[in-house]
Design a protein around this ligand. Structure first.
Ligand code: CA
Length: 133
């Protein structure tokens, strides 16, 4: 095994370790929050790469995709907005700082609402499910 192969091997192992230590599946959700249709997916490909995607469709049909593609840190790297068949991409950069900060705030808020909705769902489930089941 030459030096390059060893380096690549070590890189793959560290990526795997990084991927496996961030688990945001507690936010996985597909349902309604207020008038919005909201879906959060924490995607883990073979333990190597993890990506967190939040898709929100509002009542007017506008779709906002909040993407955490890098770092698995719930810090947005890209936002896509699909409106009237047109997609606008926003990437994390100093040019988009204000917009990305606003998107990040919305994203964080949806995560909070998701946990609340899941808690409420579990509570409702316990209330309607008899104890002997
Ligand atoms: Ca990120």
């Amino acid at each position: 095994m030459n030096r390059l192969q060893k380096l690549i091997g070590a890189g793959i192992i560290s990526l795997g370790l990084l991927g496996s230590c961030s688990d945001y599946s507690k936010y996985n959700f597909d349902g309604r929050i207020g008038e919005d249709r909201v879906k959060f997916e924490s995607v883990n490909d073979y333990g190597i790469f993890l990506e967190n995607d939040l898709t929100v469709r509002d009542k007017d049909g506008k779709v906002t995709k909040y993407l955490d593609n890098f770092g698995e840190d719930l810090i947005l790297d890209e936002v896509q907005i699909v409106k009237n068949g047109e997609t606008t991409h926003y990437f994390d950069s100093f040019l988009n700082r204000k917009k990305m900060d606003k998107f990040q705030e919305e994203f964080d808020n949806y995560l909070k609402e998701i946990l609340k909705a899941k808690l409420q769902r579990n509570k409702t489930y316990r209330e309607i499910t008899p104890l002997h089941l």
